[in-house]
Design a protein around this ligand. Structure first.
Ligand code: GRG
Length: 280
């Protein structure tokens, strides 16, 4: 399927599944469920769950089984965004073009919504009937690792501690890997494991995921060029031409991991293209 059709089609499937998996918006206690729905259904691209599904499809796996796990990853991602927007973190008033969760529901509800979304993600994975306990443990462990102090949280900490300082390329690489690439890699890993990947297929797909995860953040840096040269971004540290070269090399490295899958991995190749050329 053409990527321009594939992405919106899968996003619609994911949104529908998310509505089914989450407690209803008006269910008790209303305020937390309203905040959770507000944070999820506000226009996200759903690239992480789409990658999980695409990895599963590449292996000929059952995407109905991958769907709840893919949705769980979107819950983790959105939980991190609402935390990131808080005044004590990035202090943003808008997310996805709409007032941030704390602007609408307050900081107290936002912190609780972050925790609730995160825990719901693991509950959903725990409840998937058709995955073996062994695979569930591997998925849960991988996702927890990419979210905790050696993943998202770790990346966020170094990002916060680097504010106002001149940071070097190694530190910037650490931040991008931990804040963005690890969860994207874990999304591909999750779909691949559910698609019954062999260990060597899992390794190749994880490498693909990590490379496009880094590319995703660098493409974000390019989209976010503001003229603020104090900001720690690839264009500021490497210059725009070198940054574009790095982006192309990451795509090449990502795609080199797909050769063993032949044409079956075409959608993952198209997603890599979409990621480096994206406009939002
Ligand atoms: C979840 C326990 C826990 C902690 C989170 C706040 C924090 C710790 C981490 C911040 C992570 C962060 C904001 C990373 C940026 C990643 C990124 C590129 C976000 C934008 O992703 P898109 O473009 O967004 O996929 P949409 O809106 O499309 O979903």
């Amino acid at each position: 399927m053409d990527i321009n059709k594939y992405l919106p089609t899968k996003k619609a499937v994911i949104d529908k599944a998310l509505r089914k998996l989450m407690p209803a918006k008006n269910s008790f206690p209303n305020s937390i469920h309203k905040a959770m729905h507000y944070s999820i259904f506000n226009g996200g691209k759903r690239i992480r769950p789409i990658l999980a599904i695409a990895a599963c499809e590449t292996l000929g796996g059952n995407i109905k089984i991958a769907l709840p796990a893919a949705c769980a990853i979107e819950l983790i991602h959105c939980s991190s965004l609402i935390l990131d927007d808080l005044p004590c973190m990035d202090n943003d008033d808008y997310r996805r073009g709409k007032p941030t969760c704390h602007k609408v529901f307050g900081e107290d509800i936002t912190i609780l919504a972050n925790n609730a979304l995160l825990l719901l993600a693991f509950e959903i994975i725990g409840n998937i009937k058709s995955i073996s306990p062994d695979k569930k443990i591997r998925i849960i462990t991988k996702l927890a690792r990419s979210t905790g102090s050696q993943g998202l949280v770790g990346g966020q900490i170094i990002d916060l501690e680097s504010e106002g300082k001149t940071i070097d390329k190694k530190t910037l690489g650490y931040i991008h890997l931990h804040k963005t690439a690890m969860l994207i890699e874990s999304s591909v890993y999750t779909g691949a494991l559910i698609g019954n990947a062999t260990e060597s297929q899992l390794k190749s797909l994880s490498n693909y995921g990590r490379n496009i995860g880094l590319a995703f953040q660098i493409a974000d840096d390019i989209l976010d060029i503001t003229g603020d040269f104090k900001k720690a971004t690839y264009p500021n540290l490497y210059g725009i031409n070198k940054t574009r070269k790095i982006l192309q090399n990451l795509k090449k490295d990502a795609i080199s991991n797909l050769s063993i899958f032949g044409k079956k991995a075409d959608i993952l190749r198209d997603i890599a293209d979409y990621i480096i050329n994206r406009t939002n």
